[in-house]
Design a protein. Sequence first.
Length: 284
Amino acid sequence: MSSPTATLLISCPDQRGLVAKFANFIYSNGGNIIHADQHTDIAAGLFLTRLEWLLEGFNLPREIIGPAFNAIAQPLQANWELHFSDAIPRIAIWVSKQDHCLFDLLWRQRAKEFHAEIPLILSNHPDLEAIAHQFGSDYHYIPMTKETKAAQEAKQLEVLQQYNIDLVVLAKYMQVLSADFIRQFSRVINIHHSFLPAFAGANPYHRAFERGVKIIGATAHYATADLDEGPIIEQDVVRVSHRDNVEDLIRKGKDLERVVLARAVRLHLQNRVLVYGNRTVVFG
C-alpha cells in the first residue's frame, strides 16, 4: 500500500467494550481502519487484537499516537505495540555452515518480498563470507567456544547495537543463545526441523531414516532461554515416501525450512504476530 499505515497490537484482560474503545480511539482522531482482527483466549481471560489504519487524514502526529493511546491502555492493563508501515526494519542473519536458509532470505529481500534491510550477516564460522559480499551485506565472524561464550556474546550484542538491528534471524545458526543474551536482545526468530527432540544431536536425518519416519516438519519460533521451546510463529510438514533415501529426506527438510522460516519472518515484519506467555496469535 502506497499510503503509510499505523498498526496497534494489543493484549489485555478481557472485558466488555474493548472493541469499541480501541476503534473509537482511531475514529475520534480521524482515522480510517483498513484491517481489524481479534481473538479472545477464554482460558487465559485475554483479549488480543490487531488494528491497522491509514495515517493519511489522521489528526495525531506520529510521535503523539503512542502517548495518547497509552492513556486509554493503562486503565485497561493493556500491553501494546505501535508500528508504522513505512519504517524499514534492519535484520541480522546468523548462520553457521549451512547456506540454504541464508540464500533464500537474501533472494527474497532482493526480490522485495521483505520490506526490510539486511546489513549484517554474523557467523561462528568464516565459510559463508563470500555470500554476504555477493549480496552487499557486512560479514562478522565471531567464533564461539564454551570457554569464550560470554565474552563472544558480548561482542555480538555490540555488533547488533552498532548496526542498529531490529531483528535477528537464526538461519541454521548451530549455537544455543544464553539466557543472558536473550534477556538483552529478545527479538530473535529461529528455525529447526521436527526431529527434535526425538533425534537430537548429530545426523538426525540418518536416524529418522532408520526409524522409517513418514513426515518431516519444520518449526519457526521466537528464541527463548529454553532451547527450541519459544512461542511458535509458523510450522509445516511434508510427506516422506518409502522410496526416499537419506539424501531425499535432507533435501525435503531443507526445502521446508526455507519456506517456513520465510513465512515467519514475513509475518513478523508485517506486524501480524502477537506474543503472550509462550504462545502467539498470528493474525491473517
